[in-house]
Design a protein around this ligand. Structure first.
Ligand code: PEP
Ligand code: MG
Length: 892
C-alpha cells in the first residue's frame, strides 16, 4: 500500500487520503506554483497506527525512499552537518481542526548542524534562533513538556539583557538559551534532546498521529460531528526562511476581502519574520499592499498566483507565503473562511465572472449565514462612539443587545417587569437562571464556551449571548464587574453586547435593523440603483433558490399580523395555526366557563360566546392568506393551561376560608383545577382527546372555520382552509372527529349555499400514529408531522424541561452535537417520518405531506424533509427565508 505521496503526486480531491493541507499543497505544486518540495504521509498510515499502536511496517522504508528523493533534489541531507536540509512536520486532517497539534519547524538541527546552518546562511544569530525554536516546539508538542518552562526561560533571558523583544537577543544569548532549553528537556523527560535528525522526524510524525486522539481534538470532533476514524495526514516540507534579513518575510493573503467579498489586495506582511512571529504579535505587520514597495518582484508574482488560485478553485482562497531572500514560496492555501455577508456577495460575483453557475452559487451560502444576516446589529458607522469595548468573549448566540447590567435573575425579572431592558451578567448560568435569561435582552458570562449552559440555552431562546469573556471579573455578591483595565461596572450601568463578534461594551451602542430584513419586509428594494450590495446579492440568491426548490414553504402563524409578515417573507400558506393562542387574554374567562360547566346548557352558552370570536379570527386569517392554504389546528394544549395556578388558587381559597368569606366560584374553580391536574400534562388530556371528552368544543371550532370560509367566499375571496386534528394516536380517534366535522361542514354549506372544499387531516406527532400511518391515511387528506411532540415522545425527553436540565452535559459529552429539538434526529425520529410518509402515500397516493414542528425552519432538517419527499415545511415567519434558501440548496 502506498502510504507516502510526494507533493507532485497528489491533488486537491484527495483530502480523505492527504488531508486538506496536503491535498492543497499537491494541487499548488501541480499548478506549477513555487511550493517548497516535500511529501505527505497518508491518513491510512495514521489509521493503522491508531488501531495497532504501531506504524505500518512498510512506512519506514517508504519514508526513507521519499526522503532520499527529497535530499537528492535539494542537494543536501536532512541534518547534514555542514549544510543541513531542514524540514517542517505539520498535521493536516481532512477537516481543519483547531486544537490539534500543528507544526514543528526546523527539524534536522542539532549541536553540529546548527553551525553548518550558520555558515551557509552567513547569519549565526539566525541559526541559533532556529535551533532554539526547534527545541522549544519539539519539547512542547512532541515531548509534552509544559511550554511555560521554555517561555519563562526566554523571558528571563530578555530580562537579563534588558531586551524588549527576542530580536534583541544576540547569538551568544541564544546559544546560552539553547543550553538552558536542552537542560529543561533533560530534566523533564530524563533524556537528552535527540540529536539524530531522522529520530527527530520520526518522533514528530508519531506525535502528530497521537494528537488525533488528544482530548481537545476528540471533543472538537464530537461537537462538529467529524467521524473519529478519519485520522490525520502528516506533511513533511523542506524549510524556507522568512527571517533571513530585510529581503525575507512572511505573510497571509486573501484573494478577496473575507469581510465584504470585494476583490483587491487583502492581507498582512511581516518583514524578516517567521509565521509564528505574526501570531505572537512581536512586531506589527504591514498591509499586504506595502509589499509592492518592499519587493516588487515577489509582489507581482504573488498577485499572479492569487489570480491563478482563484480561477482554479473558483472561490476565495487564503494563502500563507514566505519570502526567503527575495524568492517567493507558497506554504499553504485553502478555500477561505468568510463572513456571512461576503459569502453571498462572493457567490454572485463568481456567477458574474462566469466561474460558477447558479446551482453552485446556492451551495456557496447557507441558511445559517442568512439567519445571521437577519439579526439586528450594532451600527458600525462610528456608532460605537460613546461606548468603550471592555471585553471580548465567545460569540455564542448572535444579535445585538443593550441594557442595564444586572447580576442575578431575580433583579433581571423585577427590572424587566418594570419596563427596563437588562443584560444578565453571571460568571456562568445554571438552570435556576432560566427565568432571568428569558427576561433579559442578552446574557453575558465570564466563564464557559460555546456549549456552556448560557450558550446553549440562549441559542435555544434566540437571545443574544456572549460567554466566556474571561477578562471581566464578575462579582455577583457585590453586584458588579471589573474589567481588566480596572473599570467597574455597577448594577444599573448600561452595557452593550454583540453576540455576533463576542465584543462587550460599556455604554450604549446604537442598534440598526438588518438591511436584509428591511428587504424581505419590502422596505428596501434590490432593484434600486443605490441598493445595498448585500441586499442585491441576497435577492439574486433567493431567486435562484425559489426557482429550483421542490419543497414549498409555509408559516406557523395564528394572527393576521404574523400571516402578513410571513407572506412578505415568501410564505406559500400557513402550515400551522395554533388555535389555543386565540383562547388567551380576555377569552380565557369563557374557556374557564366551558371547563367549569356542569350542565349542558352552561357549556353550550360558553361555546356560543366563543364561536363568533373564533370566526372573526379566521376571517382575518383567510383574508391575509387569500388564495393560499391555511391549516387550522383544533385546540391542542392541556386544559389546565387555561385555569389558574393550583398553588396560588389554593392559597387564596385557604385564606378566604380562614376569614370565612370563600366564594362559591373560587371553590368550584379549585375543584376543577384539582380534577384536571396532571403529573404529565404533555402526555395527558390534550389534542384530540380533549375534543372527544368535551362535547361541542371541536365542532364549535369546525363551525367557526366553515362559517369564516363561507363568509370569505361570499366576499369573493378565495379561502383555502384545511382542518387539522392534533395528537392522534389511532385512526379511530380521527374517524369520530371526522364524522362530526363533516356533518357540521355540510350544515354550513347548506346554510350558505356554497361549496367549501375544506380538507381534513391530522398531525403525526405520536410514535403510534407514525407506526400506523397506513391506517390513519384512510381517514386523512393530509399529514403534518409534529416533530416537536414526536421528538419528545420518541426520545422520552420532556420538551419543556430538558434543555435546561441535562442537555448541556449531553452536548459536552458529545452524545449529540446539537439538540434533537433543533435539528431532526434522522436515525430515530427521522426514520419514523420517512416510514410514515411512505405508508401514508401507499394508502393514499395524493396524500399531502408537511411538517410543522420547529424543525421546519432548521437548515439540516429541511434537507432531510426534501429527501424524504414531503410537500412542504412550515416554520415561524422569521425563518421562512432560511427555509426557502435551504429548500433550494437541497434541490440544486
Ligand atoms: C409539534 O408537536 O411539532 C407541533 C407543531 O405542535 P406543538 O408544538 O404545538 O405541540
Ligand atoms: Mg404538537
Amino acid at each position: 500500500q502506498k502510504l507516502v505521496y510526494d507533493f507532485t503526486e497528489g491533488n486537491k480531491d484527495l483530502k480523505d487520503l492527504l488531508g486538506g493541507k496536503g491535498a492543497n499543497l499537491a494541487e499548488m505544486t501541480n499548478l506549477g506554483l513555487p511550493v517548497p518540495p516535500g511529501f505527505t504521509i497518508t491518513t491510512e498510515a495514521c489509521k493503522v497506527y491508531l488501531d495497532s499502536g504501531d506504524e505500518p511496517p512498510e512506512l519506514r522504508d517508504q519514508v526513507s525512499a521519499q526522503l532520499s528523493a527529497l535530499e537528492k533534489r535539494m542537494g543536501k541531507q536532512l541534518g547534514q552537518a555542514d549544510d543541513p536540509l531542514l524540514v517542517s512536520v505539520r498535521s493536516g486532517a481532512k477537516f481543519s481542526m483547531p486544537g490539534m497539534m500543528d507544526t514543528v519547524l526546523n527539524i534536522g538541527l542539532s549541536d553540529e548542524s546548527v553551525n553548518g546552518l550558520a555558515q551557509q546562511s552567513g547569519d549565526e544569530r539566525f541559526a541559533w534562533d532556529s535551533y532554539r525554536r526547534l527545541i522549544q516546539m519539539f519539547g512542547d508538542t512532541v515531548l509534552g513538556i509544559d511550554g511555560e518552562l521554555f517561555a519563562e526561560a526566554l523571558d528571563e533571558a530578555k530580562r537579563e539583557q534588558g531586551a524588549v523583544s527576542d530580536v534583541e537577543l544576540t547569538s551568544a544569548h541564544l546559544k546560552a538559551l539553547v543550553e538552558q532549553f536542552k537542560d529543561i528537556v533533560l530534566k523533564e523527560t530524563a533524556r537528552e534532546f535527540p540529536q539524530e535528525p531522522r529520530e527527530q522526524m520520526d518522533l514528530a510524525v508519531r506525535a502528530v498521529f497521537d494528537s488525533w486522539n488528544g482530548d481537545r481534538a476528540k471533543l472538537y470532533r464530537r461537537q462538529e460531528r467529524i467521524p473519529h476514524d478519519l485520522g490525520t495526514a502528516v506533511n513533511i516540507c523542506s524549510m524556507v526562511f522568512g527571517n533571513l534579513g530585510p529581503d525575507s518575510g512572511t505573510g497571509v493573503a486573501f484573494t478577496r476581502d473575507p469581510a465584504s467579498g470585494q476583490q483587491g489586495v487583502y492581507g498582512d506582511y511581516l518583514q524578516n519574520a517567521q509565521g509564528e512571529d505574526v501570531v505572537a504579535g512581536i512586531r506589527n505587520t504591514v498591509p499586504l499592499a506595502d509589499l509592492e514597495q518592499l519587493d516588487k518582484k515577489s509582489y507581482d508574482e504573488l498577485m499572479t498566483i492569487m489570480e491563478t488560485l482563484e480561477t482554479h478553485y473558483r472561490d476565495l482562497c487564503d494563502i500563507e507565503f514566505t519570502i526567503e531572500r527575495g524568492k517567493l514560496w507558497m506554504l499553504q492555501t485553502r478555500v477561505g473562511k468568510r463572513t456571512a455577508a461576503a459569502a453571498f456577495r462572493i457567490a454572485t460575483q463568481l456567477v458574474d465572472q462566469g466561474l460558477i453557475d447558479e446551482a453552485e452559487a446556492l451551495q456557496r451560502v447557507t441558511g445559517a449565514q442568512l439567519a445571521q444576516l437577519m439579526f439586528p446589529r450594532f451600527d458600525s458607522n462610528g456608532g460605537v462612539k460613546g461606548a468603550d469595548q471592555i471585553g471580548w468573549g465567545i460569540a455564542a448566540s448572535p444579535g445585538a443587545a443593550v441594557g442595564k447590567a444586572v447580576f442575578d435573575s431575580y433583579t433581571a425579572i423585577k427590572w424587566s417587569r418594570s419596563g427596563e431592558k437588562v443584560i444578565l451578567i453571571r460568571r456562568e448560568t445554571n438552570p435556576d437562571d432560566l427565568d432571568g435569561m428569558l427576561a433579559a435582552e442578552g446574557i453575558l458570562t465570564s466563564r464557559g464556551g460555546k456549549t456552556s449552559h448560557a450558550a446553549v440555552v440562549a441559542r435555544g431562546m434566540g437571545k443574544t449571548c456572549v460567554c466566556g469573556a474571561e477578562e471581566l471579573e464578575v462579582d455577583t455578591k457585590r453586584r458588579r464587574m471589573t474589567t481588566s483595565g480596572g473599570l467597574v461596572i455597577e448594577e444599573g450601568d448600561t452595557v452593550s453586547i454583540d453576540g455576533s463578534t463576542g465584543k462587550v461594551y460599556a455604554g450604549e451602542v446604537p442598534v440598526v435593523p438588518s438591511p436584509v430584513v428591511e428587504y424581505f419586509e419590502g422596505r428596501m428594494h434590490a432593484g434600486a440603483d443605490d441598493a445595498d450590495e448585500l441586499v442585491k446579492a441576497v435577492h439574486r440568491i433567493m431567486a435562484y433558490a425559489d426557482r429550483v426548490r421542490r419543497l414549498r414553504v409555509r408559516a406557523n402563524a395564528d394572527n393576521a399580523e404574523d400571516a402578513s409578515r410571513a407572506r412578505r417573507f415568501g410564505a406559500q400558506g400557513i402550515g400551522l395555526c395554533r388555535t389555543e393562542h386565540m383562547f388567551l387574554g380576555e377569552r380565557r374567562e369563557l374557556v374557564e366557563r366551558l371547563i367549569l360547566a356542569d350542565a349542558r346548557s352552561e357549556r353550550e352558552e360558553a361555546l356560543k360566546a366563543l364561536l363568533p370570536l373564533q370566526k372573526g379570527d379566521f376571517v382575518e386569517l383567510f383574508e391575509s392568506m387569500d388564495g393560499l392554504p391555511v391549516t387550522v389546528r383544533l385546540l391542542d394544549p392541556p386544559l389546565h393551561e387555561f385555569l389558574p395556578d393550583i398553588t396560588e388558587l389554593s392559597v387564596r381559597v385557604a385564606l378566604a376560608e380562614s376569614r370565612r368569606d370563600a366564594n362559591e366560584n373560587d371553590l368550584r374553580l379549585l375543584q376543577a383545577v384539582h380534577r384536571l391536574h396532571e403529573q404529565n400534562p404533555m402526555l395527558g388530556l390534550r389534542g384530540v382527546r380533549l375534543g372527544l371528552v368535551i362535547p361541542g368544543l371541536f365542532t364549535m371550532q369546525v363551525r367557526a372555520i366553515a362559517e369564516a370560509a363561507a363568509e370569505r367566499k361570499e366576499a369573493k375571496g378565495d379561502p383555502r382552509a384545511e382542518i387539522m386534528i392534533p395528537l392522534v394516536g389511532t385512526v379511530q380517534e380521527l374517524e369520530i372527529v371526522r364524522d362530526e366535522a363533516e356533518a357540521v361542514i355540510a350544515e354550513v354549506e347548506k346554510e350558505h349555499g356554497v361549496e367549501l372544499s375544506l380538507t381534513l387531516g391530522t398531525m403525526i406527532e405520536l410514535p403510534r400514529a407514525a407506526l400506523t400511518a397506513g391506517q390513519i391515511a384512510e381517514s386523512a387528506d393530509f399529514f403534518s408531522f409534529g416533530t416537536n411532540d414526536l421528538t419528545q415522545t420518541v426520545w422520552g425527553f420532556s420538551r419543556d424541561d430538558v434543555e435546561a436540565s441535562f442537555f448541556t452535559a449531553y452536548l459536552e459529552k458529545g452524545i449529540f452535537g446539537v439538540s434533537p429539538f433543533e435539528t431532526i434526529d434522522k436515525d430515530g425520529v427521522g426514520s419514523l417520518v420517512r416510514n410514515a410518509a411512505e405508508a401514508g402515500r401507499a394508502t393514499r397516493p395524493d396524500l399531502k405531506l408537511g411538517v410543522c414542528g420547529e424543525h421546519g425552519g432548521d437548515p439540516d432538517s429541511v434537507h432531510f424533509f426534501h429527501e424524504v419527499g414531503l410537500d412542504y415545511v412550515s416554520c415561524s415567519p422569521f425563518r421562512i427565508p432560511v427555509a426557502r434558501l435551504e429548500a433550494g440548496r437541497a434541490a440544486a
